[in-house]
Design a protein around this ligand. Sequence first.
Ligand code: NAD
Length: 429
Amino acid sequence: MSPRKVERTRQTRRSFLQTAGAAAGAVLASVDIARSAHVAGSDIIKVGLIGCGGRGTGAAAQSVRAGDNMRLYAMADLFRDKLDRSLAILRKQVPEKIDVSEDRCFVGFDAYKHVIECCDLVLLCTPPHFRPEHLKAAVAAGRHCFVEKPIAVDAPGVRSVWETCQKAKEKGLAIVSGLCWRYHYGVRETMRKVLNGDFGEIIAMQTNYVVGYLWAVKRKPGWSDMEWQCRNWLYFQWLSGDHIVEQHIHSLDKMAWAMGDQYPVKAWGLGGRQVRTDPLYGNIYDHHAVVFEFANGIRAFSYCRQISGCYNDVSDHIFCTRGHVDVLKHTATYKGRRIWRYRGPKNNMYQTEHDEMVKSIMEGSPINNGEYMTKSTMMAIMGRMATYTGQLVTWEQAWNSKDELKPPAYEWGPVPIRPVAKPGITKLI
Ligand SMILES: NC(=O)c1ccc[n+]([C@@H]2O[C@H](COP(=O)([O-])OP(=O)(O)OC[C@H]3O[C@@H](n4cnc5c(N)ncnc54)[C@H](O)[C@@H]3O)[C@@H](O)[C@H]2O)c1
């Protein structure tokens, strides 16, 4: 290794430690990180992966590519087969960046605690149900966090994450959200122009996430309810929050972004479970249509569907007085004529998230995306409350909801599931 490289490596490690320490008033966070650094006896930045599925594996590769001396150091999953598969992929993709010994592979519901204990930066990539607890533990231990979307499945989880993000700010810890479109250059520039008023004032918005079926995992003999539900997590309200929360959050976040990170004051909607009714698909809906209304009267009309054999469309539209903005195409048209198109550099938003995260830590001003990642999750849950109950739901009602989606215990046994919601009958809690 060249001397220059060694110097850069040292600086990186020191910056990681200093960032967390400085803003914390040099108390807990710095002590914990310094201790783990000392034990390892090196200048390596230790990255821990919690939730070793498709997204977690991708995030791990991106995280270690974001800095010379970043190494994947520990991994946690509920299941050993998932962890092994992820590790094998990562060993092929970024072999020089993997330093995961057998005694740093953790399995089970408490596995996350061990990863948090021994790493500097953690990637929280499990199903969203577990995010509030994992994030709370990571921030309490003084770790920088990459936090996949959504950040919770219910309002108590949202409120917990809100508090944790405030603590992270006080401690000088990075909280980078997996709402990846916020890191896409073309979408960023499109939103900058919308917010700048370049196309006039917003009149209304429409957002679509209408797609076919996703993967599903059939139950195997010998699996408990808990094992099957955790392996087939997309379809259980308590694990995913329903697809309006798990997937459509990307679209809803863009609506809030276009409004200058203002959130709707009320919502009502229609939804149901019409085609994807097999028990394989748990207890979530297959379609939702929600009208979100903002304080200034602007409405966002939102649609999401997961039914195969139908028209598909993933797009976001902002209708302004002097142009129709197609967010994902990064274009604007007026009276049928194109008036603007993004021509700037392209980027891989998934990589940029980690590059900007590491840079912000090293520069001593860690990114904290806590506010929008928390409120956009709330917006999506509010939409689900509206379609499940059939009621008009206000932001206050949604934020203060006491409805907690939680199994009786985190253990490998029976897990009763709620009946599929019925509008007009299911109550807002
Ligand atoms: N930003 C994006 O574009 C994007 C894309 C895909 C997924 N995601 C999000 O990433 C998260 C993971 O999705 P995925 O597609 O990787 O799912 P996945 O099923 O492939 O991976 C989830 C992994 O977490 C593990 N897990 C479950 N509970 C756990 C626990 N309590 N502790 C430790 N591990 C646990 C599972 O066994 C599995 O290996 C979800 O929140 C999803 O919404 C984001």
